[in-house]
Ligand binder design. Structure first.
Ligand SMILES: [Zn+2]
Length: 467
């Protein structure tokens, strides 16, 4: 059983979670007694950078603005899904993978490693930006340097999001998604086929991931999990179950920082350690990443690509409409469960209007987010005409294309081959303005830096915290 998870609010109102010795993670020597979600702390200090579809109504929403067509019969009542709810016993993992077993969903998968091999002494401190002077990070730095990928000289941002970085926010040449919605051709921001939903969950594995896995398995659904390296080290058995159940595992950094605030070497350390712990636990290395908070610019983008990681965002219609359910904020009391579902309904409306498929931001970190997913969002989605699948499959690629060891390079060239090229090798060149990303602006899926900058000049509407 995973009973005993203790959730509480810190004095600052930021979510902090601890665990009891009875959790499954106790089997891991990396399990820690109390781990603060640095992600939430960073979010609060960021000033935030974007808003979800329903904008600022989330916190106050006390009712649904639409009629739910279907829910899970065992769903927790919406009024009970709050920051103050009493945590329920979690569901045990559907099964426990056997070391040496082979992933039946993954062609060419190597034997599953033994999770007892995941020991804390082999990894950096959990939830801290890893040091860059270790042998491992030095090797990854050398590999990036030898990749042939040019890392543009873009200055680091400071915490505080767009308002605290006015000059950078206005600099469309850096293609900073957070403030301009700029994407490059290398970024995945939607699924190509209309009504196809690339299902993603961020920030796990967590105590409540088994609840989600059980529901997904029962309903024959698969997802992409953007996992935090520190959580992978903390919950290796859960990560193995995710992997063995046929879900796609991808990188969401080691400590969940704003990547544009870090040095090149720190970005490399964040991504490298997460790749490594996932490889150590599952036997394979992911080739997709999602930047925490969507915080990516051409510097972070090219480092990711040089490390074989394709950036995956979530669908963004315009500066004030992203496909973010805002589910993360329920745990901190910054959004209501009603607001999240109202967001979801707005996303559904938008998803039916655009010409492509879509990707939505959700989380498996908290009890509330999993309750909303399994009780409401997924039952609702399955009752509609959406084709729900992991991101790799929504791109019409097999699961084997999601990992370096099983990918067929001849049919699915590595990320590095699609690198962003800056014609002068420096930011500010014509090819780096984001203009190339405006081709789909007619349906609003890709927003050029230029057009969004105009939106920005009209005032900031970025107030919702999100991951
Ligand atoms: Zn996140």
């Amino acid at each position: 059983m995973l009973a005993g998870a203790i959730f509480a609010l810190s004095l600052t109102g930021l979510p902090v979670y601890g665990q009891s010795a009875s959790s499954s993670a106790a089997s891991s020597s990396v399990a820690s007694s109390s781990v603060a979600t640095s992600s939430a702390a960073s979010a609060a200090s960021s000033g935030a950078t974007s808003s979800s579809v329903a904008g600022s109504t989330n916190t106050e929403a006390t009712a649904l603005t639409f009629s739910l067509t279907v829910t899970n019969p065992t769903a927790i009542p919406l009024a009970s899904i709050t920051a103050n709810e009493t945590s329920l016993a979690t569901i045990p993992l559907p099964s426990t993978a056997t070391p040496g077993a082979t992933n039946t969903f993954l062609s060419g998968a190597p034997a599953l490693p033994n999770p007892t091999s995941i020991v804390s002494s082999n990894y950096p401190t959990l939830d801290k930006v890893p040091p860059t002077d270790s042998d491992e990070v030095q090797q990854w730095i050398a590999e990036v340097a030898a990749s042939g990928i040019s890392i543009p000289h873009i200055t680091q941002t400071v915490l505080g999001g767009c308002p605290a970085n006015a000059e950078a926010a206005a600099d469309t040449s850096r293609c900073w998604w957070s403030c301009t919605g700029c994407v490059r051709d290398t970024d995945v921001q939607e699924c190509p086929t209309k009504l196809t939903w690339g299902l993603t969950y961020d920030d796990g594995p967590s105590f409540y991931t088994p609840n989600l896995l059980t529901y997904l398995t029962a309903n024959d659904l698969s997802a992409t999990f953007f996992t935090v390296g520190s959580r992978c080290a903390q919950f290796p058995v859960t990560l193995q179950e995710e992997f063995m159940a046929g879900h796609q595992i991808a990188v969401h950094t080691w400590s969940h920082p704003y990547l544009t605030t870090l040095t090149n070497e720190q970005v490399i350390a964040e991504l490298g350690w997460t790749k490594k712990v996932i490889k150590d636990v599952t036997g394979v290395t992911p080739n997709m990443m999602r930047p925490p908070y969507g915080d990516i610019d051409d510097r972070v983008r090219n480092i990711s690509i040089a490390m074989g990681l394709t950036p995956v965002m979530w669908t963004r219609i315009n500066a004030t409409a992203t496909f973010d359910t805002d589910d993360f904020d329920v745990h901190g009391g910054l959004a209501s469960s009603y607001g999240v579902l109202n967001n979801w309904q707005n996303i559904i409306t938008q998803a039916n209007e655009i010409d492509t498929g879509f990707i939505v931001l959700e989380h498996d970190l908290f009890e509330e987010t999993v309750q909303l997913a399994t009780g409401y969002i997924l039952p609702s989605a399955m009752n509609q005409s959406f084709d729900i699948k992991p991101v790799i499959n929504c791109l019409n690629k097999p699961l084997s294309d999601a990992y370096i060891e099983t990918n067929d390079n001849s049919t699915n060239p590595p990320a590095a081959s699609g690198v962003v090229t800056l014609s002068s090798g420096a930011p500010g060149s014509a090819s780096a303005t984001g203009a190339a990303s405006s081709s789909n602006s007619g349906v609003g899926l890709k927003v050029s830096g230029t057009s969004t900058a105009l939106t920005l000049s009209g005032g900031f509407a970025f107030i919702a915290l999100f991951l």
